[in-house]
Design a protein around this ligand. Structure first.
Ligand SMILES: CC[C@@H](C(=O)O)C(=O)SCCNC(=O)CCNC(=O)[C@H](O)C(C)(C)COP(=O)(O)OP(=O)(O)OC[C@H]1O[C@@H](n2cnc3c(N)ncnc32)[C@H](O)[C@@H]1OP(=O)(O)O
Ligand SMILES: [Co+2]
Length: 134
């Protein structure tokens, strides 16, 4: 089922400050901010030779990141995104296996314009998993 790691996401309270640290202190190539109101976040991507880091900041007062940042005010590892070839087949197999698919179970379009789904952290050792169809 699982392909490459598409990205590792870090929730941050201030995406401009986080992007500046990655650019200046880590000499990294960082994309421009992308606001995704339907996800309640603003993101930038740190380009790496073998994957990406997604720096993600809350957008709006219903953002799913607000409670996370209330618990981790300076930020923290938020989710890991695995690539899958067929997100609906993956979803159906996961549900059949008893895993909780978050939201209404239908894929949303993510930051890369591809369908994404999220799996409950409690079913995967305290790790929020995102699946992205590539
Ligand atoms: C840019 C678009 C897209 C992309 O293309 O890359 C994105 O990445 S969007 C990223 C933001 N979107 C999401 O995170 C959507 C999925 N998340 C959710 O549905 C919720 O955040 C959640 C995971 C269901 C948590 O909901 P919440 O309301 O925060 O409930 P709790 O605070 O009660 O959490 C329940 C339980 O889970 C623990 N938790 C919460 N978030 C995480 C996390 N990121 N990693 C690990 N564990 C997490 C939380 O601590 C609670 O545990 P207990 O306290 O032990 O009960
Ligand atoms: Co993500």
């Amino acid at each position: 089922m699982l392909g490459r790691i598409n990205h590792i996401a870090i929730a941050v309270p201030d995406i401009a400050a986080a992007a500046a640290i990655y650019r200046e202190t880590l000499d990294a190539k960082v994309s421009e901010p992308q606001s995704l109101p339907e996800h309640g976040v603003t993101v930038v991507f740190v380009e790496l030779p073998n994957s990406k880091v997604e720096l993600v900041e809350p957008l709006g007062d219903a953002s799913p990141l607000l409670k996370f940042l209330a618990k981790h005010p300076t930020g923290g590892m938020h989710h890991i995104c695995y690539e899958v070839e067929d997100i609906l087949a993956a979803r159906n197999r996961l549900i059949a296996g008893g895993a909780r698919v978050l939201g209404d179970g239908e894929p949303m379009i993510g930051a890369h314009g591809k369908p994404v789904l999220f799996l409950h952290p409690k079913d995967f050792f305290g790790t929020l998993i995102e699946l992205e169809q590539v």
